[in-house]
Design a protein around this ligand. Structure first.
Ligand code: AOF
Ligand code: ZN
Length: 374
């Protein structure tokens, strides 16, 4: 079989994996097709942690005996007993002749052991195939496993003159309804939404996901609400703030030596998780430490939805992996607030970005950038 055929079937497996876009957390999105005589005989994807992995679902779906089939799977089949038994064993038992994989599993419990087990059983192993596309399914899982940090995406809405809010901080409804729906999809695919106390005090947002169950992109029936996280050095958030409810999915980061104590007790009583981070070099909450704590808690993808100051702080800390900007056909004027607060003085200090994609969405432009950190 030619490489192109492998890519063709792997592309099908990738499409299946995308169905888990909103639901697999903290597990990766994975898809699998079983091919025999140039026909798909079974297909599956991972929907939810604790439930069947892609390979097991594909085997269960198989309309005929999978003996001699080729399994195309976007991620190396697992070799460990997690919440479910090893997929490598299931494929061996089913008698597949060949396994074509998209990328090695970066999970240290697996990382190469699944492929080794399959090879040892006398099954052909081919890969990686479409590795970059398979990695792109799981930027957060991959980053958490390799670096102990979540993948951090900053979402910003701005006017043509690069302003995100009026001088007063007033910022609602800069972009059109299509762009706002797109933001709902970004929220739904994120494990956590992070914001700052400034945005909470200004807008009292709820930051929940409101998405149609017939969304075309993924199985949206089981959309879960991401964890809502507030960066609040002095713990000045009011226990009634909307973002804290439901309280079992809310978390506030603060610095322990700076607390307003009655808030701590009130928040704990309401069931909100309060986490402590040390002070960074600039005297403010250490964002790197906070993000490491989130990764340890199984958070793969973070969506940062906040004002220009905290967004600037994340950028300067080298923590931003992707910037999604919605640009509205509006001018907000020269006294309005900029996209990021960055105290730069010379042109050499300019932050370089790489443009990844541009698309029109309603009347707005959607621009995706990756920072080029030195
Ligand atoms: C696969 N196929 O569809 C997925 C895999 O706790 P468990 O049993 O669900 O295992 C989770 C780990 O299994 C996860 O961290 C990742 O390494 C792997 N995910 N592997 O072969 C799948 N979702
Ligand atoms: Zn598995």
């Amino acid at each position: 079989m030619t490489v192109n055929n492998h890519e063709h079937w792997m592309e099908k497996a990738i499409q299946l994996a995308r169905k888990g876009l909103y639901t697999t957390h903290p597990n990766p999105r994975v898809g699998c097709v079983l091919v025999k005589d140039e026909q798909i005989i079974g297909q599956g994807f991972h929907l939810k942690a604790g439930e069947g992995h892609a390979e097991v679902n594909a085997l269960a779906d198989a309309k005929q005996d999978a003996t001699g089939a080729t399994a195309y799977v976007t991620l190396e089949p697992c070799s460990h007993h997690g919440k479910t038994p090893p997929c490598a064993d299931a494929l061996i038992k089913a008698g597949v002749a060949r396994v074509v994989y998209g990328m090695q599993d970066p999970n240290p419990d697996v990382s190469g052991r699944g492929l080794a087990k399959i090879k040892k059983a006398g099954i052909d192993v081919i890969g990686p195939v479409l590795e970059a596309d398979c990695e792109a399914l799981n930027p957060g899982f991959v980053k958490r496993m390799r670096e102990g940090l979540p993948f951090i995406r900053v979402k910003l809405a701005m006017s043509l003159d690069g302003r995100t809010a009026m001088e007063s901080g007033e910022s609602q409804w800069i972009t059109g309804p299509e762009a706002r729906l797109d933001v709902q999809r970004l929220r739904a695919q994120s494990d956590a939404i992070v914001t700052g106390i400034g945005s909470v005090l200004m807008d009292n947002p709820s930051m929940t996901v409101r998405i149609d169950s017939d969304d075309q992109d993924a199985d949206a029936k089981t959309v879960r609400q991401p964890l809502r996280v507030v960066m609040d050095t002095a713990l000045s958030i009011l226990p009634e703030a909307k973002i804290l409810y439901p309280s079992n999915q809310a978390c506030v980061f603060c610095v322990e030596d700076d607390l307003e104590n009655e808030h701590l007790e009130a928040l704990k009583k309401k069931g909100v998780t309060v986490r402590f981070s040390p002070r960074g070099e600039d005297g403010r909450l250490d964002l790197l430490d906070a993000m490491e704590q989130l990764a340890d808690a199984g958070i793969n993808e973070v969506l940062l939805e906040t004002g220009s100051e905290l967004a600037g702080g994340f950028l300067q800390a080298g923590l931003v992996d992707e910037i999604v900007v919605y640009m509205a056909p509006k001018l907000l004027g020269s006294s309005a607030r900029p996209l990021f607060q960055l105290p730069l003085e010379t042109i050499d200090e300019a932050v370089e970005l790489e443009l990844k994609s541009v698309s029109q969405i309603g009347q707005d432009l959607r621009l995706v950038y990756q920072p080029n950190y030195l």
